[in-house]
Design a protein around this ligand. Structure first.
Ligand code: ADP
Length: 516
């Protein structure tokens, strides 16, 4: 196996279910965080390694020097040992280990990432195999960083089974990217990965707070990790309330000392209008003619009217799930039309077999068909990375009326491309978008439009104020566009916050070890 730490920085191992840009169909923000944070920490001189499952459906052409290691990993599951093959390669400069279970259930060989009946089993297997890999390779990481419910098992597994076996150099950091997904299952299922159900199915450990015969993986990670983070300060506050906590607020309040929200960054190289190969014309804040050409280009490609250059284009790029405020997105389409704008929606419906979502996608298909040849409205219902770049570049405004939003990346990407965000004040949107008309915010931070109430009036108020500035004060609008394009949403400052958390935690444990 490849070597361990030699540099003076920290040795950080991320164990995660995904990593950007390897998923053909990007399933969420988690993958971006693993890659973005990993690269930023590596740049600061730390050794960062990543362990993810070896899915059949990843983009392996993006992995450099991918090779199978000459070892067979054996890890415990369901009362016996199972073999896994381990691969290693480099993704955007980061060393990545891929675990390919040779289990007869072909855990990651299903043509998709999530949404399988046996997800709890697949990911608890993976969590244990990843720790086994660290143990057998003799690595001595300072931090093991796990993410979301899929690798939440790492925290209890580490302290209950792996620290006693000698993998005991690390502090455990757990990041929850969305508390809506907690990984619950009948308590007995926890035993498969070797954890002791009787010990853990207790209210102060892994027992689900509402179903006492169920185990909750995210709760387990909150209880057993040294550091618990989520992806924005406002979301960290929201999930500590009964309304926003998805049942975990009491647990998070109890463990509040180790719980903090850190706003994600965006990958400033991948999202850069000055170099973006997906765009018709590259541009920057000093050359907005290029942005106008991208708007013209998308209108032509999508068959929208180009008659009025100044007609504002509102963009929206999202998964079509209730969290994103779909009814408000629908309303914004009609209101934009009434206000004399154009609207382009790029929306994907990820999980078709959930009935409520099926209904939603049918509804949006209906709206898409209704506006099929319309001069000013276009709905494109699919996941399309390349088109998303063109829409960010082409749009003047970008709407995100989420009901809740742990962090949200699109508001930051939109700003980098000079598209002014119009957002509901929730989660990370509240930490990154500051209303142009809010006198309580220092002028230099004001960068968009926001509204509080999750209803049509809220959307109307913000949308109308944006249209008003765009049409009546074009110079002020242009200044705003230049200003938001120059704001820094890269990973640098978020990574510094993680670095500080990691270092403090490591220092505390070393100090404690010295006094023992
Ligand atoms: P979430 O993780 O909840 O989906 P984020 O705003 O954190 O929301 O991240 C969404 C990411 O996925 C962004 O980079 C966005 O551009 C991208 N995205 C969302 N929907 C689509 C789509 N239909 N086509 C292309 N990219 C999309």
């Amino acid at each position: 196996l490849t070597s361990s730490q030699t540099s003076p920085g920290l040795h950080v191992v991320h164990i995660a279910a995904e990593m950007a840009p390897l998923l053909i169909l990007q399933v969420g923000g988690l993958g971006d965080v693993v890659a973005g944070l990993g690269k930023a920490l590596q740049k600061k001189g730390h050794l960062v390694e990543i362990v993810i499952p070896k899915y059949d459906c990843m983009q392996y052409d993006l992995v450099r020097d991918l090779r199978a290691l000459d070892v067979v990993l054996e890890s415990y599951f369901d009362g016996r040992l199972f073999k896994s093959k381990v691969w290693v390669g480099t993704v955007e400069g980061l060393p990545v280990y891929f675990i390919e279970p040779l289990h007869p259930d072909r855990f990651f060989w299903r043509g998709q990432f999530y949404g399988e009946r046996d997800d709890f089993k697949r990911f608890s297997f993976f969590s244990r195999a990843a720790l086994e890999l660290l143990l057998q390779s003799g690595k001595k990481p300072d931090i093991i960083h796990c993410h979301d419910w899929q690798t939440a098992f790492v925290a209890p597994l580490y302290w209950d089974l792996y620290a006693p076996k000698g993998l005991n150099s690390a502090r455990i950091c757990f990041t929850c990217h969305n508390f809506e997904y907690q990984g619950t299952a009948p308590a007995s299922e926890l035993g498969s990965c070797g954890l002791d159900v009787n010990q853990l199915n207790r209210p102060d450990r892994m027992q689900d707070n509402s179903s006492h015969d169920r185990i909750n993986a995210v709760k387990g990670a909150v209880v057993f990790s040294n550091i618990v983070t989520t992806v924005s300060p406002t979301y960290a506050q929201e999930v500590r309330t009964a309304e926003g906590g998805h049942g975990l607020h009491s647990t998070l309040n109890f463990h509040s000392k180790k719980f903090i929200g850190i706003l994600n960054g965006i990958d400033a190289d991948a999202w850069n209008p000055a170099t973006d190969a997906h765009l018709k014309v590259q541009y920057n804040a000093n050359d907005l003619q290029g942005k106008a050409e991208n708007k013209e280009d998308i209108r032509r490609n999508l068959g929208l009217s180009s008659a009025d250059v100044r007609r504002p284009l509102v963009g929206c790029i999202t998964r079509l799930v209730p969290q994103k405020g779909v009814h408000l997105i629908r309303h914004a389409i009609y209101r934009t039309l009434e206000l004399g704008g154009q609207f382009v929606l790029l929306g994907s419906s990820p999980v078709h077999h959930i009935q409520a979502l099926l209904y939603l996608s049918l509804e949006f298909e209906g709206i898409a068909n209704h506006f099929e040849n319309h001069d000013h409205i276009r709905l494109i219902l699919k996941y399309d990375d390349s088109l998303s770049h063109s829409i960010f570049a082409a749009s003047d405004m970008f709407i995100i009326p989420s009901i809740f939003e742990p962090c949200g990346l699109t508001q930051m990407i939109a700003m980098r491309y000079g598209s002014i965000p119009i957002v509901r004040k929730t989660g990370g949107l509240n930490d990154s978008v500051f209303d142009v008309d809010d006198d309580t915010i220092p002028v230099q931070f004001r960068n968009g439009y926001s509204f509080s109430s999750a209803d049509e009036r809220g959307v109307n108020g913000a949308l109308e104020r944006a249209f008003d500035l765009y049409t009546s004060k074009p110079d002020s609008w242009q200044q705003l566009v230049e200003k938001v394009m120059n704001m820094d949403f890269s990973w640098d400052s978020s990574a510094s916050q993680y670095e500080e958390l990691y270092s403090k935690s490591v220092a505390r444990s070393r100090a404690a070890a010295r006094t023992q």
